[in-house]
Design a protein around this ligand. Structure first.
Ligand code: ASP
Length: 438
């Protein structure tokens, strides 16, 4: 049994958190491959080391002295080392890095150091080998990970060993350090799990699993016990902040389940993410797995009598949006109308050009623009082929005075999506949660 375990920034924030990680590792001998983030926030208004590193780089760019920030960064790690009584020689490493700042360092290399120092300390503390991710995580020149080369390299370095590796970065073919986008340590962990054919990828964070709704909107939402990869994709697409969106691909390819756990509540089973589940064994009776949503959409409705019989009309409309690089998120249609749901931010700069081009090429009877729309999705694999689910949802929203402006449901019946007025956003999520989850 092999478990690849990744600890996020809040789990790495200080010596106390390091101690919790050690107990988690000691509790299960299968937890032999550890991936870590840079030290995160210790309290609400604290700084993440990675943010400080980006700030440090900005100072260098503008020729402003960065000694103060550099000291804040080094002190974070020196404090952890000293409190845990470790021997890692951070002083010489910091001295070398400080010199590099003056002689020229890339942004990617500088910001990757948060993970590097964190992993060095954690390896020392756990008594595991340190494996530098630049020695196995290999990017291609197009910016994508070279999975075959990376997997082979990691197998050579880590197979059968107990190791700690930094997340977030790897190297280009010429050896230059390259990072993923923010939050990318999740991907490092997923790629390590896939490379080593792990039995499970544990992602340790500061919540007991993925929550069924946004805790800023719903009081104390329940964590999701089990979610499929497909449901998770729907939930994160529509706004749920879960894992870095690229995390799922490598583990899904190898059928490796992902378990989201809480470092501060290690006995809680968290959320399990798999391809599919035997739902007869699940304790939760409802049909909703999670509720998510996003604000600030616009709906552009094109009306033209006879449009549904006009070959190529939809294509013509979509091509105009494509030419302006605006992604059409949903496109519900009536007999003689098509509505395009798009992000307001994306359409605003080109709205009048788009309308002009639609007018010219389609000669519609009418074009209507509705702004300030919010999209809310109820996601759940158990909705599929169950009669009456959408009826129940629409009835509840109606009873609560919420006017539905748009409805969309895919044929896979994994979600029911409604467009509502922006002002009804939180209320819609609240009504769905309280009616169908609580
Ligand atoms: N430390 C990086 C960040 O803050 C990567 C990570 O934590 O996943 O974005």
């Amino acid at each position: 049994m092999l478990k690849v375990v990744k600890f996020g920034g809040s789990s790495m924030a200080d010596a106390k958190q390091f101690q919790k990680i050690k107990s988690i590792i000691d509790a299960d001998p299968a937890r032999t491959v550890v991936v870590v983030s840079a030290a995160g926030k210790r309290f609400k208004d604290d700084h993440k080391v990675t943010d400080l590193l980006y700030l440090c780089y900005a100072h260098l760019q503008y020729g402003v002295n960065c000694d103060g920030i550099f000291e804040m960064i080094s002190n974070r790690y020196l404090e952890i080392r000293n409190e845990l009584g470790l021997k890692t020689d951070l002083e010489s490493e910091f001295a070398v890095l400080r010199k590099k700042l003056d002689s020229g360092i890339s942004q990617d290399e500088l910001v990757s150091r948060g993970e590097y120092f964190a992993a060095k300390l954690m390896a020392d503390y756990l008594g595991f080998d340190f494996v530098d991710s630049k020695d196995w995580m290999r990017f291609k020149y197009d910016g994508n990970v070279d999975q075959a080369v990376s997997y082979e390299a990691l197998n050579k370095l880590a197979d059968g060993k107990k190791v700690v590796m930094p997340g977030f970065y790897g190297a280009m073919p010429d050896g230059r350090i390259k990072t993923f986008s923010r939050g990318g340590s999740d991907i490092t962990g997923a790629l390590a799990a896939a490379a080593l054919n792990a039995d499970v990828y544990e992602n340790w964070t500061d919540v007991s699993g993925i929550l069924m709704a946004d805790p800023r909107i719903v009081d104390n939402p329940k964590p999701i016990e089990r979610v499929t990869y497909n449901e998770l994709r729907e939930l994160s697409y529509i706004g749920a902040q879960v894992l870095h969106e690229m995390t799922i691909f490598p583990v899904r390819e190898k059928h490796i389940p992902v378990n989201i756990r809480n470092t501060n509540e290690p006995d809680h089973p968290g959320t399990l993410i798999c391809e599919e589940f035997d739902d007869t064994q699940e304790s939760r009776p409802g049909f909703i797995t999670g509720i998510a949503g996003k604000k600030n959409y616009s709906i552009i409705t094109v009306e033209k009598s006879g449009m549904s019989g006009e070959v190529g009309a939809f294509r013509q409309i979509l091509e105009i949006f494509e030419a302006h690089n605006v992604c059409v998120e949903y496109a519900p249609n009536g007999i003689d109308s098509l509505s395009l749901v798009v992000s307001t931010e994306k359409i605003s700069p080109c709205l009048y050009s788009v309308i002009g081009e639609l007018q010219k090429s389609l000669k519609p009877d009418n074009i209507k623009v509705t702004e300030n729309i919010a999209i809310v999705a109820a996601v759940g694999r158990k909705m599929a082929f169950r009669a009456g689910v959408s009826g129940q949802i629409f009835a509840k929203l109606g009873e609560n005075g919420i006017n539905i402006r748009m409805i969309s449901q895919g044929p896979d019946e994994l979600n029911i999506i409604v467009g509502v007025d922006g002002k009804d956003f939180a209320k819609t999520i609240g009504v769905l949660y309280n009616s169908f989850v609580n």
